[in-house]
Design a protein around this ligand. Sequence first.
Ligand code: F6R
Length: 605
Amino acid sequence: MCGIIGIASNKSVSTNIINSLKKLEYRGYDSAGLATLNKNEINEKKCSGRVEQLEKILFKSPTEGNLGIGHVRWATHGIPNEVNAHPHSSEIVSVVHNGIIENSTELKNQLEKKGKKFKSQTDTEVITLLLTEELKTKNPLQAVQDTLAKLEGSFALGIIFKNFNNIIIGARRGSPLAVGYSNNENYLGSDSYALKSMTNKISYLDDGDICLLTKDKVEFYDLKKNKINKKVLILSEDKNIAQKGDYKNFMSKEIFEQPITTKNCINEYIDKERDEINFFNFPLDPKDINKIVLIGCGTAYHSCLVAKYWFENFTSLPVETDVASEFRYRNLRFNKKNLYIFVSQSGETADTSAALDLCKKNGAKTCSIVNVVESTIARNSDWTLPIHAGPEIGVASTKAFIGQMLLLYILALKISFLRNDLEKKDYQLKIKNLKKLPDLLTKCLKSEDKIQLVAKDFLEAKGSMFLGRGLSFPIALEGALKLKELSYLHAEGYPAGEMKHGPLALIENGLPVIIVCPNDKYFHKTVSNMQEVIARGGKILLITDSNDSVINENIRFTINLPKIDESLTPFLSTIPLQLLAYHVALLKKCDIDKPRNLAKSVTVE
Ligand code: F6R
């Protein structure tokens, strides 16, 4: 998704803008640009493609100036090319923008009727032209306030002005925006990660806020135009945050560090000596909970689907799951005794955040499971449970998925115990088994050699299917999503029992079919579904912890997983699926850490 950086300094800023844009690359983007103010002239440089390309342009033709804004763009309005890249500048103002202006067509028509000419196909240029008009009679702050009043949609903005050599204005409605502080330098950033290499002192803008930055001071104004103060937060230090070490890319590092991130999370929430979970400050007494509602998007939603089975198996509670983009528009009956759980790696996903806001407006109790503790979703929920996975840089989510499932598992156990749904001895046994998880994940990672062979089968294939039942059904969905997003190959995830209701028609000679089939209560049923696929020529990759001899016939590859408590199998079967997506993408020479059209932090609807 788009990313914003702004720097007001007493020295040249373009190198630091480039460095910060590189930090924002993880969000996924297709063009980049910057604008600085030098000798009262706006200098704009932009390109399609990577920040590296922008850096080359700047190398040939350097851009001076002690004040500037930069942007990485993920196309929404208009194709990804140089003209549509941000900033969008007129003679007197330059704008970078995250989000979508929903009434841009209407505003564009009005401006065109007044004879204004547009250079790009973007919605952002509307803001540039409106501001250019307003600035004829108003100072920058008033011009921004009056322009914002005309805009519908969600956005974050960074703006610089000719004739106002020392100010950057930032504005937030919907899309996140942060300010960073340092000596003789202040910053604007669409997330704290981009600012972390320059400062650990951060404030977040709330919805409707505007900030005015110079190198020496930052002022904040709220929606009612009142000057306000903001809390300054000191960010925790993340060691080695952007280091790939010996790994080829961040994704492989993140896959292979899952035993460690799992251990960290277990140590954080589970008592080392006793078999007990340390959770406090429940927003709602677990005994009073009526229903659990789990909400997320993409991979985070898949972790909710897995958790539905855990909550149903361990507790007596009814459970609902929904993708946030559906939940936020449903005609819901909120109940103050329901616990609404929001799962999000970034904590900034626009749909998840809007769904959370909806719950809050309706007085419902909310819990968030996030990786980024300073995020909007974490700050806005009644109770936050961080997954402690460390920064996830690869756009496709891996270690965050394992972390989300882990916290949901721990939460389901604790709630069931506090409600007396699970007996103490069963509760403690489950915790004991959970402590074995990091070592078992390490064993699963050893499947990599075999997966590399399996991956070759996918190069010629028209598509693929991922099948599972029970807890393995959402894992099949996640396996299919990982393959699609990384290698751009078609993949369907399906409940194995649904195959005969239509999708069997897709099975033909040589189609790779991945069967996630742990030795659980569904085992024999899934094996029968697999036979139906084999009978139609499907090429089977079986992922199982069973050594049942029945299953060895006509199977192309089997990945053997270590044995574990049935309820923990989703963690283990996820690993070979992540490795599969990774190796297929590697063979196809895809951009592993930045797959096409994907964003790390989906801050538009
Ligand atoms: C898939 C992926 C996306 C995200 C989704 C939600 O690999 O990364 O599907 O899971 O965009 O993002 P968060 O978890 O940040 O809310």
